[in-house]
Each structure stands twice: as structure tokens, then as C-alpha cells.
Design a binder for this molecule. Sequence first.
Ligand code: AMP
Length: 299
Amino acid sequence: MSVLIVGTTALDSIKTPTAENPRLLGGSASHAAVAASFFAPVKLVGVVGEDFPGKYITLYRRHKIDLAGLQTLPGKTFHWSGEYESNMNNRRTLATELGVIETFLPTLPKAYQSVPFVLLGNIAPALQNHVLNQMTRPRFVVADSMDLWLNIALPDLLKLLKRLDGFVLNDSEAHQLTKTDNVFSALKKIHALGPKYVIIKKGSHGSILSGPKGFFICPAYPLTKVIDPTGAGDSFVGGLMGYLAAAKGPIDANIRRAMVYGSVVASFCCEGFGVNRTTKIRHSDIEKRVKELENLTRF
Ligand code: AMP
């Protein structure tokens, strides 16, 4: 089964303590789409400007990502630049230039409207709602978000939460949304806002799922060197949704393993700038790390 993925398709300029890389392929939808493409066919919804390099379109195509829902508008592609501190965890946004995304209102191609698995990647919640309005009875809808939308678009986000099966957020966003530091009471409060499945990401400390079958603690793959963690969260949820779309049987039977696969794809994302590393791995590389995680967590 296919996965529909909406989010930003961006150019990212990323600075770390040791290197600087301008205008890389980035955006929540790009990272998630590449990650999901290892498991299932992906249909992308996004917008780019006339400055979007052709080599990035080629790269999407190499991953067999359906681009019928990718619009090109006159103007500039969404551009984000950020800088990491030496711990490679704390990140500062240096600039966000909205460009063509400012006026973007996607109309889904007919073939997209009945896709069963929907990932509403990080983008304005009004747009996430707009995409969902065009879907006919999707089987499983998951959204990601960020602190910006909690600050400036909370009513839209709360409206969206009521319509979701799953919501993925990081621990600081969970704290911001629920005003609690305790991860388990935060999970409970987020369930009360709508989603049956809630996943709180804790960066290099893994993630926690709360769902109908209780909790699951998912480890992060132990990396000794992080090159650029931009897009790790998007890769995690992209991998998770791709795995679920390809798996047979009920969500509850597959979601734990889907998180482990998402976690492994995210680990590859951290090992290169942008999608540089993720676009070079093979399925067998993913399987190898999943096995390692399995051995690391069995007791
Ligand atoms: P992550 O590291 O998982 O938080 O995702 C980073 C990605 O989010 C980058 O590739 C950015 O292009 C993208 N991004 C940055 N700011 C925004 C924003 N305001 N809305 C949507 N995507 C964004």
C-alpha cells in the first residue's frame, strides 16, 4: 500500500561546528519520503520554486517517489538555515524564508485521494487539515508538528489532533503542549486531545509509544558520530509509516517494529548532511541495524 506524505520540500543550509553546507535537499516531506520509500510506494505533496535544482527531482525519482502532487510555482523554494552547537543536539534556526510555501494550497491529484496511509509531515496545521479534507476514508493518519505551530497556530493544531490516529512529537513539544514534564502523564493528556497512538521522541534516547496495547520503549541506534541530525525526526516517522503501509495485519501487530525501523532509518540520516547518507543505503543495511537493536534490547 502507498503512503501519502505532505510537508515542506526545502533547501536547507546547515552549519555544524566542523562544516557548512548550503542549499541541500531538505524539508520534512523530503526526509520522510526518502525514509518511507525503502518500504512502500510514496506519493509526495509539496511545493517548490523555480530555483529548485533538477538534481533533487532526479533524486526523488531514484527513490520512485510519485511527484504528481509536487507543484512548481513562480518564486523561491522554502529555505531554512540552522546551526548546531558542539553537542550536535541544540540547534538554532538562523533564517526561515517561506518563498512559495506562503501561498501554497495543495489540490490533491485524484489518485492521491484514496491512499490508505497518510503522513501529515511538519508544515502549517491549516495545510495539514486542508490535505486531510481531500482524503476519502484513509486507514491510518499520523501527523508531526513543531514548536512554531504550538506557538502561532494552536487552534488549528487542536482541530487537527481530533482527526488523527497518531501524533508524533518531541519531548520539549510535549511539555509545551501539556505543561507537564512527566512523559507518561503528557502521553495521557495528548490522548485526551484525540489521537489513539502518541509517540514522544527523545532524540538520541529513543522514543516512547502509548497506544491501545500500552507503552513501548523504542531505542535509538547507538551512533558514536553524528554528522547532521537535521531531518532525523522526519526520517523516523517516514520509516515508521512506510513500514506500516507495507506490513500485513492490524496496526497494533506492527507498530512497535515499525518504530524500530523508523529509528534505524533516522540513525542513517544523522550520519550525513541532509539526505546524503540516507539516499546511499540499501535495504540490507537497514535490516542489519534492526537485528543489532533487537540484540541490544532483548532480556
Ligand atoms: P527535524 O530535524 O526532524 O526537526 O526536521 C528538519 C527539517 O524541517 C528541515 O529539513 C527543514 O527544512 C524543515 N523545517 C524547518 N523549519 C520548518 C517549518 N517552519 N515548517 C516546516 N518544516 C520546517
